[in-house]
Each structure stands twice: as structure tokens, then as C-alpha cells.
Write a protein that binds this ligand. Structure first.
Ligand SMILES: Cc1ncc(COP(=O)(O)O)c(C=O)c1O
Length: 511
């Protein structure tokens, strides 16, 4: 529906003939009374949606065509629409046509249930709209981000006095870490001279490392051939001896090894590389030690965490995603650096149009100089509030419970003759459907079982009862449940094996 634009104050012509605005323009403004009413209504609807979510489907499972049709394919309207009408429309669209990763039975990829305080935080943050590029533009927000970075470091045992900042996601946090590594370890001054004519920089990671490293090496101009993908052992971990051999071979061939990227919780199966050993190799070889803990780093907060995981404290840089295992709504990731000056050495420039230096006796922290972004939003608030609401003990209990639920799921899978349990690490369990008559000869039916489980996954993902994703485990296509979800209960995980078996049997019968 087209409506009249809100009434604007008449503009007065000036001597130049321009009509100048004489009062604030109401086109996008909302008066206090209406704002209050719309806000209350919206919060009411969100609360109702959250309360109903566990009883509903995880996803409507609609194809993009159907969603596009629901959205309507019109061009940008010339006229405006009242805010109340728009919020109504957007709320209905979103609630009806979304995948609800806050559902207790959502276990796909590594996306957590978002803590409700984070939803309110995003609204509060936008109401003040601080620009965390510079302290003078975001006085308290900048200090809160600094505090959040210190808390995250403290939570996972990263040394006091380290530095860091928040970025959009795990990819960016890892990319920032690798850029800091290049700044610190590449020969010459890469920031001004680039990489022309220099030796091939090389970085080492396990074959199970996440694709961020391809984007990072591509963006950095060193190319994906810079990555040495090292094979993994039966536990999905790279071996320090392979790393040492690869570094020696590269040096002998004239390359310039500069960094090792260990993983604390691989995206596929949650494997944790032997970080202690990798740290020792990096020290001996003079390489930067980066740890991709986008998923698994928060588990280092558990007193019972494996020493290999706790050894992420020995890294030069660590990536960790609050929007994964700290339950913040998207987007929030953190990169930590052992040397607090490493980021400014990597990213700061001093343009004449900024006047942010402040008082030398009390210098402000200006985040634009510590990372790739210039203007920056207040993503720190949702993390700050979430950490305060749970406290360290709360975070530890939530993570511990998720791990215990993944183990319970794995045990429930093991108990079934038609499911094959594969791996269970951190809070990720992998398994596959194997028709009982093929159980004894599964190896001979490898290709069929891969195809079958792919089809089972598709049906599960569109079915809306549960949501899992996939992994490849020792060359076998597997289903994968990653529990980073404070709404998931024992009953939820124990329901999954029967659902998978039912869907598996149906898909198998159709073939
Ligand atoms: C181990 C690991 N690293 C990096 C990433 C990328 O994180 P993001 O999706 O937040 O960019 C992921 C995402 O799942 C991951 O599991």
C-alpha cells in the first residue's frame, strides 16, 4: 500500500533560492509515543515467538523460490510506508520463513542459540549507535570492548597484558591473526613494499583446517599455494613431526615459513591439534603461532580441559567466536594477540583527517588503528552482557553441559544397530545411517552409504524436526550434530537417533 509521506515542515527559500529544512525531517523519525508502542509490541511478539519455538519446526524447509514469492518481487517503492505496518510485515516474514537456530533441536554447523540478552543488547547498542572506530566517538563503548577482550583472554587463560579486538566472525578473526603474523615474520616491510620479489611465504595447518586460511592467503597476496596442508592422525590432529619436516623441506627449497595455524576444535569433528607441541616447534623455528579457536577456544575455560587445548595460551594470536560457544547473536568474534602492539604495527596509519590522539597522559584506544575496519559497531555490548549474565561459572557449566549432551547423543547412537557412531570430540558427534543388512559389509557399500546419508541429510534438514549438518570422517560421509545450544536437553538429543533411523530407513526403502 502506498501512503502519503509524513508531514514535513515547509522549507523557507533563502537568498540563494535553495529551500532549507527548518525543522527535523520526520520521514525516518518516529516520535517517542509511537516508538514506545511499536517497541513494546515488537518485544511482545518476540517473546511469544521464543516461547513457542520449542514446539514448532526448526525450519519451514521452503525452497528459495517459495521464500522469494512470500517476500514479493517488487522494485523499490517510490513512496514510504508507515513504520508500524513495516514492522508487522517484517516480523511475520521473519518468523514464518526463517530457520530458527535458537530451537533446542538445531545442531547444524557451528551456530549457537542466541542468548536473549544479546537481542536486547543489539537494540540498546543501536539506540546509542556509537562508532567504535575511535574512543572519542564511543567513550564507554570502547572501554566495554576493551573489557570484553580482557575477559575473553582471562576466560581461556590467555596472558594478562595481551591485546585484541572484536571483528565480525571467525574468518575475520583468523585473517587478522594471520596478517599480524605476516607483519611480524615476513622479510622486509611488506606493508609498504608488498611481496614483490621476496621468497614464497608459507603457513602450516592441518588438512582439517577451516577454509578461512584459503581466503586469508588469497587476500594477503601470498596465494593459497602458501598453505602446507598437513595430514591428520586417527584423532584428526596434525603431527608435530610432520610439521617440522615440512618446515625443513620448505626452507631447503628457499621458501620462507612464517606461521603455523593450529586448530582448537576443527569445523568437521571438533579435533584439537597438539597445541603444546606446535607451540614448541614455533618457538624453536621462530614462527608465529596462531590458533583457530573460533569454535573450541571457550572450552579451554573448563578446569578439566585437555592440556593440549589449554596450550592455546602459548599462541601469538587466537581467534575465538562469541557467536559460537559464548551464545552471542551474530556477529561477534574476537582476535587476541600476545603482544599488545602487534595489531597497531599491522593496521595503524595516521591520516590527517583524524584527530583522535587525545591526552598523552591518558591516551585513548582507537580501534580503527588495530584492525581492518574503520567505522565499527558496538558488537561488544551483547558479549559484555552475556558474559556478565552467565559469569565465568555459568559459561563453564553451559559448555560442559553441551559436551556431556554430545556424549549422551553418541552413546544413544552407539546403542542402535542401524546407526554407526564415528567420532565424538568437544560437543560434536558424527555418525551415519547404515541399513542393518549392510552393517557387516559397510566397507563394500561405501559409495552407496555416502549417497544414502547425503539424501538422509537433505531430508532431515528440510523436514524441520531436527537440524544436523555433515562431515567427512576418514573418507566417509557422515551426519554431524554440534551442540552449542543452551536450550537442548537430554530428551532432545535422545530423540535424534530414532528420527535419523526412521528417515534413513525410508530413504533406503525408496532406493
Ligand atoms: C574452526 C572454525 N574456524 C573458522 C570458522 C569461521 O567462522 P565464521 O563462520 O564465524 O566466520 C569456523 C566456522 O564454523 C570454524 O568452525
Amino acid at each position: 500500500m502506498q501512503v502519503e509521506r509524513p508531514m514535513r515542515a515547509p522549507a523557507s527559500p533563502t537568498a540563494s533560492g535553495d529551500a532549507l529544512r527548518q525543522a527535523p525531517d520526520p520521514t525516518l523519525d518516529i516520535g517517542p509515543e509511537e516508538f514506545r508502542r511499536l517497541g513494546h509490541e515488537l518485544v511482545d511478539r518476540i517473546a511469544t515467538m521464543l516461547a513457542a519455538m520449542p514446539g514448532g519446526r526448526v525450519t519451514p524447509g521452503e525452497p528459495p523460490r517459495a521464500v522469494r514469492a512470500a517476500l514479493g518481487g517488487n522494485g523499490l517503492p517510490a513512496g514510504g510506508t508507515p513504520a508500524a505496518e513495516l514492522l508487522d510485515e517484517a516480523t511475520e516474514l521473519l518468523f514464518a520463513h526463517s530457520l530458527h537456530n535458537g530451537h533446542p533441536r538445531f545442531w547444524g554447523y557451528i551456530t549457537s542459540s542466541a542468548a536473549p540478552i544479546g537481542m536486547l543488547a543489539d537494540m540498546l547498542a543501536a539506540s546509542v549507535n556509537p562508532n567504535l572506530g575511535a574512543s572519542i566517538l564511543s567513550p564507554v563503548a570502547t572501554e566495554m570492548e576493551l573489557q570484553v577482550v580482557r575477559w575473553i583472554a582471562e576466560l581461556i587463560g590467555f596472558p594478562a597484558g595481551s591485546g585484541g579486538l572484536l571483528v565480525s566472525g571467525g574468518n575475520m578473526a583468523n585473517i587478522v591473526g594471520l596478517l599480524a603474523a605476516r607483519r611480524a615474520k615476513a622479510p622486509g616491510d611488506v606493508r609498504t613494499g608488498g611481496l614483490r620479489g621476496g621468497p614464497q611465504l608459507t603457513v602450516y595447518a592441518s588438512a582439517e583446517a577451516h577454509t578461512w586460511i584459503q581466503k586469508a592467503t588469497d587476500l594477503m597476496g601470498i596465494g593459497t599455494n602458501a598453505i602446507r596442508w598437513l595430514p591428520v592422525d586417527a584423532d584428526g590432529r596434525l603431527r608435530a613431526a610432520d610439521l617440522e619436516a615440512a618446515i625443513a623441506a620448505d626452507r631447503a627449497a628457499g621458501a620462507h615459513p612464517f606461521a603455523v595455524a593450529g586448530t582448537a576444535g576443527t569445523v568437521g569433528t571438533g579435533a584439537v591439534d597438539p597445541l603444546r607441541d606446535l607451540a614448541a616447534v614455533c618457538r624453536a623455528e621462530g614462527l608465529w603461532f596462531h590458533v583457530d579457536g573460533a569454535y573450541g577456544a571457550p572450552a579451554a575455560a573448563l578446569p578439566e580441559a585437555h592440556p593440549d587445548l589449554k596450550a592455546l595460551s602459548e599462541a601469538d594470536s587466537v581467534a575465538l567466536d562469541p557467536h559460537k560457544w559464548l551464545y552471542a547473536p551474530l556477529e561477534a568474534a574476537c582476535v587476541l594477540v600476545r603482544d599488545p602492539d602487534a595489531l597497531s604495527r599491522t593496521f595503524s596509519f595516521d591520516p590527517v583527517y583524524y584527530h583522535f590522539a587525545g591526552d598523552p597522559d591518558d591516551p585513548p584506544v582507537n580501534f580503527h588503528a588495530l584492525g581492518p575496519q574503520n567505522s565499527r559497531g558496538f558488537r561488544a555490548l551483547k558479549v559484555w552482557l552475556g558474559l556478565r549474565q552467565a559469569g565465568r561459572d555459568g559459561v563453564v557449566c553451559l559448555i560442559r553441559d553441551d559436551i556431556a549432551l554430545a556424549r549422551a547423543l553418541h552413546r544413544a547412537v552407539e546403542a542402535r544397530p542401524d546407526l554407526e557412531a564415528l567420532t565424538c570430540r568437544l560437543s560434536i558427534s558424527t555418525f551415519r545411517y547404515v541399513p542393518p543388512e549392510m552393517r557387516a559389509s559397510a566397507a563394500a557399500h561405501g559409495e552407496y552409504l555416502d549417497r544414502l546419508n547425503r539424501a538422509v541429510l537433505e531430508r532431515l534438514q528440510l523436514g524441520g524436526e531436527v537440524f544436523v549438518s555433515n562431515a567427512v570422517v576418514d573418507g566417509r560421509y557422515a551426519l554431524r550434530a554440534c551442540i552449542v545450544n543452551f536450550r537442548t536437553t537430554q530428551a532432545d538429543v535422545e530423540a535424534l537417533p530414532a528420527i535419523v533411523a526412521r528417515v534413513g530407513a525410508a530413504v533406503h526403502a525408496e532406493r
